[in-house]
Design a protein around this ligand. Structure first.
Ligand SMILES: NC(=O)c1ccc[n+]([C@@H]2O[C@H](COP(=O)([O-])OP(=O)(O)OC[C@H]3O[C@@H](n4cnc5c(N)ncnc54)[C@H](OP(=O)(O)O)[C@@H]3O)[C@@H](O)[C@H]2O)c1
Length: 241
């Protein structure tokens, strides 16, 4: 695979696993997150292993930052073939807490971050005559549970957005949405409430899967012939209902 792939949320968890998997397949990467240290360490690791990667520190909640990400892909590699929108926020809790700032963050990162990526990459994909959006949703998009309501709503929106985009771009560009179930990442650190985090930690021990499984699903969607579009992949551990 010689594709140029930009990955948001690449410094941790699923995004990091996707970066390492695609780098090993020969992809040229633009790795995106807000924090620079972990991103730079990942770039060094990939380059040491013979891969190609650059880091771009960016906040997906800022429209201009995504423009900068796409610009970096073109500057370093001359094009962008795939945008994997994986950055996510999960400061979950009961709606009754009225943690409106957390609601804003989830909408800004999980939904608007994906939209801003589309706004930045679509003109480039159109100009190239090829391109692929891979959006990371969640099984929570279809099955919400108490405390996850706003998170689920943002992921349901990503699902709808991805399918609408796929239909609008049919015949021209590819769109894939991947819905992982519970995955072993840094995500629990987003949960502020100690009791809720402990409950989720216990559930993670029962049925969280390795992020490598999601990385392989992303690779599968990207590797298909250009005339084939993988619309949606739902992937969860065997133990998750
Ligand atoms: N873990 C699960 O069980 C699970 C299940 C289904 C779906 N997902 C989805 O998978 C995706 C990745 O989550 P994860 O579980 O891998 O979590 P994670 O380990 O906490 O990683 C989150 C990544 O997103 C980045 N990020 C957060 N806010 C950002 C922003 N505003 N701008 C740019 N980057 C930002 C983080 O880096 P910085 O903080 O440095 O910016 C980090 O690289 C999310 O979309 C999540 O909803 C996770």
């Amino acid at each position: 695979m010689t594709k140029v792939v930009a990955i948001t949320g690449a410094s941790s968890g699923i995004g990091e696993a996707v970066a390492l998997y695609l780098a090993a397949q020969g992809a040229k990467l633009v790795l995106v997150a807000r924090g620079e240290d972990k991103l730079n360490a990942l770039v060094d690791r990939i380059i040491d292993d013979g891969g190609a990667a650059v880091a771009v520190s960016a906040d997906v909640a800022r429209r201009d930052d995504l423009v900068r990400v796409v610009g970096a892909a073109r500057q370093h590699y001359g094009r962008l073939d795939v945008l994997v929108s994986c950055a996510g926020a999960m400061p979950i809790g009961p709606l009754d807490d009225l943690a409106v700032d957390d609601w804003d963050q989830m909408v800004d990162v999980n939904l608007k971050g994906v939209l801003y990526g589309i706004a930045a990459a679509l003109p480039v994909f159109r100009e190239q005559g090829s391109g692929h959006f891979v959006n990371i949703a969640s099984t929570a998009a279809r099955k919400t549970t108490p405390n996850q309501t706003v998170y689920s709503a943002t992921k349901a929106a990503v699902l709808a957005l991805s399918d609408g985009l796929r239909q609008e771009l049919a015949g021209k560009l590819r769109v894939t949405v991947i819905s992982p179930g519970f995955t072993n990442t840094n995500f629990l650190s987003h949960v502020r409430d100690d009791k809720l985090r402990a409950q989720m930690q216990e559930a993670a021990g029962e049925f969280a899967m390795d992020p490598q499984a999601v990385a392989k699903a992303v690779g599968y969607a990207i590797e298909q012939p250009e005339a084939v579009n993988i619309g949606e992949i739902v992937i969860r551990s065997l133990n998750q209902r």
